[in-house]
Design a protein around this ligand. Sequence first.
Ligand code: ZN
Length: 96
Amino acid sequence: MSHEEILVPTNSTSGSWNMKWRLKCPACGIDEVERADETGDHEAVTVQPDRDDYDSPLGTRGGYVRVDLTCSDGHGFAFIMGNHKGAEFVGVVHRA
Ligand SMILES: [Zn+2]
């Protein structure tokens, strides 16, 4: 089972550029999501510098930010933000 709508708009203010979304688990759709606790909260967020390689988990080239997450049902996934040559990507990938 997979859920296409995992970014849920919250507190949208019309006419404002300030926006936020709540991220749901891509495997089961539950909205209880925590930082992965295998390594501790302080290591769940990492910044990968741009080395011009195609090594982002999204398959994009260049640097990216990775947030390791686990839903309350135990599904492990990572939220990724990457940028290369004028294109910004956000996505989730399965985390073994
Ligand atoms: Zn889940």
